[in-house]
Structures are given as C-alpha cells and as structure tokens.
Design a protein around this ligand. Structure first.
Ligand code: TEU
Length: 543
C-alpha cells in the first residue's frame, strides 16, 4: 500500500491497512527488506542496515508500524539480508581499497594466470559470479547480482558487525528475522570450479550451500543475539536444505533457527536440471510425496514452515490451482485448506488470501525483475523463441507475485493515487479486498477461518500427519490425529469430479464438516476443486 502517491508501497501505507491483517487474524507480519538500498534487487541489496530507505519512509514510520502491529497482537519480523550487501554499502566501498582493513570482509581473489575469473561459477542471476575491479586488479564474488557482493563470514569482524546490527533491531522492538539465503553464508575455503552443463561455459557454484561452518555460525548468531528468546521468531531461507539438514537446523536443542523455507516442493513443476524456467506440468503425487516426506521427517524433531507463495514465486492459484473465472475461488480455497492443514507454520503472501493471480504480462518490457530480464536476454540470445521466453516468464517470473495488492476495484486497485511501479491486474474489479471482505464465501474469509481453526484446534497444530491415496493424481487426502481426535482432509485438485471409495479413508465417527468449499451434500464424490475437512474421532479398536 502506497501512502504518498509515488507508486511504491511504503511503511505508512501498510500501517493504514493493519485492520486487514487484524481481520485476517495473522499472528506475525514478515516485512520485505525496507533498509536503505539502491534497489538493484528490490531492496535485497542493502547499503545501510541501520536505516529505512526514503522510498519506504523513515525509522519513525517503522516504529509506528511496529506499534500498530503490537497493539493488534501481531509481531513483526524483518528480512535479514546478510549473505551479501550492496556494492554501495560503506563496508564494500572501503573494501575496494586493497590496503583497507575491510578488504577481507568480502571475497576478493586475484585472476587466474590467463586473467580469467577465479572460478567458472555462474551467478544465480546469470553471468559470471565474479566481477573484475580495475583499481586493484582483483575480482570479487557475487552469487547474486554484481551489485550484491558476498560478505566473507570466515572473518569474525563480519559476524560481530551483523550480530550487533541484529541486536539493535531487537532492542528497537522487532520480533524476529527471515534470513535471506542464509544457507550460503559458510563457503568451503578452497573455491573451485564446478562442472558446466552440456554446451555451457559457466557452472553452478560448488561448496557454497550448507558449507562446513554453517551450523556453527547459526549457533553463534543465536547465542550472540539471544534468538532463542520466547518472543522472537527466526526462519531461514534454505532452499536446498535436505530434510536431515532441516532437522538439525530446527532442532530446538541445538539452538539454531525455529524453522526454514525449503524449496523442494517448488521444484516439482521444473524439468530436473533446467532450473525454474524449464517448465514441466505438475504430477500431483510428486508434490504430495515431497510434503509427506517433510511432514514425516520433522515429526519428532524440528518444525516445518508451510508456503505456496512468496515474493519470488508465481501465484499459487495460477500455478497449482485454476485461475479461470470458473474455478479460481474454489481452487484457491482448496490449496489453502491443504496447506494450512499440514503440520507447521503456514505463511500467507500478500494477496494470496484474495486468490490473486499471475500478472498476465505478454511483453518482455512489462517485467521489472532483474532475474526475469537477465534470463530473457540470455535465452533470446541463445536462440530460444520469443513465444517460449514469454510463456516461461508468464509462468514463473517473480513479478507475477509483485503486482499491486488489490484493495478495491478502482483504477490502481486502491494501491496508489499515482502510477504504480508495476501495473495493477485487470481482474481487480473482481479480485479485491473490499469485495471479498463483504462476501462471506470469499477466498479471504476461507483463509480467515483456516487461521481461526488453527488458533482453536490443537489437532491442526500438533496432530500426527498421515497421507492417504498417495498415488492418486487428483485427490489430496490425509489425516491429522491427536489422541482419539482426527481431522480428515479430502480435496480434489482437479477440474473433474473424483470419487473416493469409503475403503480408502479411515473409519471416523461423529463426523462434522468444517470449511467446505461447496454446499451439501457431502458424499464420496468431490466436485471440481472441492475440498472439506471432517472432524471426528477414531472409534476405540480402530487404528
Ligand atoms: O532469494 C534466494 C533465491 O534462492 C532466489 O535466487 C530464488 O531462487 C529466486 O528468486 C527464485 O526465482 C532471496 C530473496 O528471496 C530474493 O528476493 C533475492 O533476490 C535473493 O535472495 C538475493 O538476495
């Protein structure tokens, strides 16, 4: 929400909309980075960790937002981006001088004998992960854009500076951190070449994810900042984490993080090895199995986070549901039910609670995201047809999730009085908060009820998870069990009716239907995208 008409959302804007969050019932607000930044990567390139960027307001605006949240019982988690800084951060500016004491706060390396970069690594945003600096004749490492140089966490001064900064935010009233690409902070000391894929010259970086000192750094950070304090929440973005690594990171006895974001479920609609732009239709059992393995893997130790959407992902209803007018509302609700009834902490990304859809851009010029633009440029140069490039962007670009929040049906969706930085979606006349709050059958109220259910029902929080019908290509069914209490979730993730045989679901007595997507009757056939939860008891003697 933009409060000052410059077309960009800001802190005062969010504060003016806190009733929306209050009505939805969320416990915590995760704020995207609002620190000072040249905005090469929408604020994930920070030039001053101690201040708010004027684009978003002032420190006083941030204090007001935090106070407004706290009044409503909502905690505020900030984004912590400390794998890298901006190249305009004073630490890096100073580090450009080889004689400076900050030189080894970053990864400066001499060229190889032939003058080429120290390793053949490709940055996550395309091109070499090394940038040559004329002044010293050395390269610096940037796993993301060249305006995002990687900090060298081997240096204790770097770690101390980060801890001190985090303590200042906690002292200011912040309730925790979402830690950007935190799996990358420990790198294997001998930086070495990777193996390029066929026909490529650059390779994925090696030895940078879950490096040898990662757990040590997380334990140290937790201890130095006091992150295990009851009121603080920590979630690490650790896309490549295995379940075993996640058990370690989130085991409370080890004192690292509360939870992490794995990406494994989001790889299920990619051609293996081709990355996010290699489009593959989803085979539902693959997705169910991934979540099942994470449920089982963290059942006794650790804790899951649950999410479909964030600022880097396409909209869930467009990706895993059906965003056509016939099915948008029901499929958005069903995706929500399935996710929120797993065990873990569910995350709702702005507009997901309205069933907001992908951006619907049809030209490369409409995109703003550097990852999308870099890839499109490279792909076109490689000879990929324009239709294919546009299809991949329309399916996967991060901008799909970044169009203005749809508050009402007006021209800019009520987001700004000026020109929005990305255009508001044409479907704002139907998909908007004002209309959905007024409609008890809306996607919004379905999310509100799911959140409410979790607040009152221990089975949602703690129940043991068991997947039913794992190989069924359309049905997503599972139980959550706590003592003799059971929640049975039945969902049809397809546009065709499906029939579930009574033999395939456990015998539950005293069934009560919760959060159905459709009006009765509730039989063994689920209508297109229909879902419901049934609450009951296991009869003594049944298992
Ligand atoms: O994303 C990390 C990350 O792995 C991304 O490269 C992600 O895979 C990609 O955006 C998916 O398209 C985090 C932030 O969430 C992202 O917004 C930042 O651009 C990135 O780190 C660099 O800080």
């Amino acid at each position: 929400m933009d409060s000052d008409g410059d077309g960009v959302g800001d802190l005062a804007g969010i504060t003016s909309r806190l009733d929306h969050l209050g009505t939805l019932g969320v416990d915590v607000l995760w704020l995207s980075p609002v620190y000072r930044s040249p905005m090469d990567d929408n604020g994930y390139d920070i030039s001053d960790y101690e201040d708010v960027d004027p684009l978003f307001g002032t420190l006083a605006d941030l204090d007001a937002l935090v106070a407004g949240c706290h009044e409503r019982g909502i905690r505020v988690v900030m984004d912590l981006v400390v794998n890298h800084t901006s190249d305009e951060h004073p630490w890096f500016v100073e580090s450009r001088d080889p004689a400076s004491p900050k030189r080894d706060w970053y990864w400066w390396r001499p060229p190889r004998a032939d003058g080429s970069a120290p390793t053949n690594w490709e940055s996550f945003f395309g091109g070499s992960a090394w940038e040559y600096d004329d002044r010293s004749g050395e390269y610096y490492l940037h796993l993301f854009s060249r305006k995002q140089p990687d900090l060298d966490w081997e240096n204790p001064e770097v770690r101390q500076a980060v801890h001190a900064m985090m303590r200042r935010w906690v002292d200011r009233g912040i309730d925790g951190f979402r830690m950007d690409v935190i799996e990358l902070i420990s790198k294997e000391a001998d930086l070495r070449d990777g193996v390029p894929a066929d026909g490529q010259t650059l390779a994925s970086p090696v030895g940078v994810s879950f490096g040898p000192r990662l757990h040590e750094f997380l334990v140290e950070m937790n201890h130095e900042v006091g992150l295990s304090a009851e009121h603080l929440l920590t979630v690490g973005e650790m896309g490549m984490s295995t379940i075993e690594q996640a058990r370690q990171v989130t085991d409370p006895a080890r004192g690292e993080l509360d939870m992490l974001f794995s990406f494994e479920h989001l790889w299920q609609d990619e051609v293996p090895g081709q990355g996010k732009w290699g489009l593959k239709p989803l085979h539902l059992p693959d997705l169910k199995r991934v979540l099942e393995r994470w449920q089982n893997g963290l059942a006794d130790i650790g804790w899951n986070s649950l999410y479909w959407d964030n600022h880097d992902q396409p909209r869930a209803v467009s990706r895993f549901g059906d965003d056509s007018p016939d099915h948008r509302i029901v499929s958005a609700k069903t995706l929500a039910t399935v996710l929120h009834l797993h065990r873990g902490t569910p995350y709702v990304y702005q507009g997901e609670e309205l069933g907001m859809t992908n951006a619907g851009f049809t030209r490369v010029e409409q995109y703003a995201d550097l990852e999308s633009l870099n890839w499109a440029r490279e792909a076109l140069a490689r000879g990929l047809r324009e239709e294919a490039v546009l299809r991949a962007l329309a399916t996967k670009s991060r901008d799909n999730a970044r169009t203005p929040m749809q508050w009402d049906a007006s021209e800019n969706a009520g987001f700004t009085s000026g020109t929005p930085w990305l255009p508001a979606h044409a479907n704002r006349d139907v998909v908007n908060a004002e209309a959905e709050l007024a409609d008890p059958d809306s996607v919004f109220h379905h999310y509100r009820r799911l959140i409410e259910l979790r607040h009152f029902d221990d089975v949602v929080v703690d129940g043991r998870f068991a997947l039913l019908l794992p190989d069924d290509p359309a049905v997503w069914a599972f139980t959550r069990t706590l003592g003799d209490q059971v929640l049975l979730v039945l969902a049809n993730l397809s546009g065709d009716p499906v029939t579930i045989s009574p033999d395939d679901v456990p015998d539950v007595s005293g069934r009560e239907v919760l959060l159905p997507t459709h009006a009765p009757p509730y039989g063994s056939t689920l209508r297109p995208w229909e879902s419901r939860i049934e609450r009951g008891r296991f009869d003594p003697g049944t298992s």
